[in-house]
Design a protein. Structure first.
Length: 183
């Protein structure tokens, strides 16, 4: 008996390889009449970096401008509650922008492949160490298959190339398709 594939999780970092993986996930979803879910992990940065590194380093652009925990949040208030609130609001904004970027990807793909449907409730954004956060999501038993791109690092070759993808595939409890750079 062949394995049943009803829920596919696409893991994205918004790279070109992730876009290519997105197309594979949708093709597999259509072939198996499966639901495609999309997950992005916001990397959790050390507190020292959150308040000192500036906005361009933190959390990328997500298509709508930089999102970050304000680098001056700690200076703006000595009240711990206000600091926590500022950090929480910045994280919520980063999650919202990541979800918006995923929705933009879905719209872009709909123009290329009519009939593609990704429901907003199937978009997941978490914060944490990427490998551990992804593995925790996969352990929940909701997904039958995962798809992710292997991040390209230009001329860099070796053990660090595709580190998150390789670590997830090696430790995952479900099959993981790692999609490389298209030719």
């Amino acid at each position: 008996m062949l394995p049943e594939v009803k829920n596919i999780l696409l893991l994205t970092d918004f790279s070109n390889n992730a876009w290519h993986a997105f197309k594979y996930a949708v093709a597999l979803g259509q072939e198996h009449q499966a639901t495609v879910h999309i997950m992005h992990v916001l990397p959790e940065l050390p507190k020292e970096l959150q308040y000192s590194a500036g906005t361009n380093l933190l959390y990328g652009f997500y298509g709508t401008g930089p999102v970050a925990i304000p680098h001056d949040a700690e200076k703006r208030s000595s009240d711990a509650e206000k600091k926590d609130k500022a950090r929480s609001e910045a994280i919520q904004e980063a999650e919202k922008r990541a979800k918006d970027a995923i929705k933009t990807w879905c719209s872009k793909l709909k123009n290329e492949v009519p009939g593609v449907k990704i429901k907003p409730e199937n978009i997941v954004v978490h914060m944490g160490p990427p490998v551990e956060t992804i593995l925790e999501e996969l352990k929940g038993g909701k997904y039958d298959f995962a798809v992710m791109g292997r991040r390209g690092h230009g001329r860099l070759r070796g053990p660090r190339t595709g580190g998150v993808a390789n670590a997830v595939a090696a430790r995952s409890n479900i099959p993981v398709l790692i999609v490389g750079k298209p030719k």
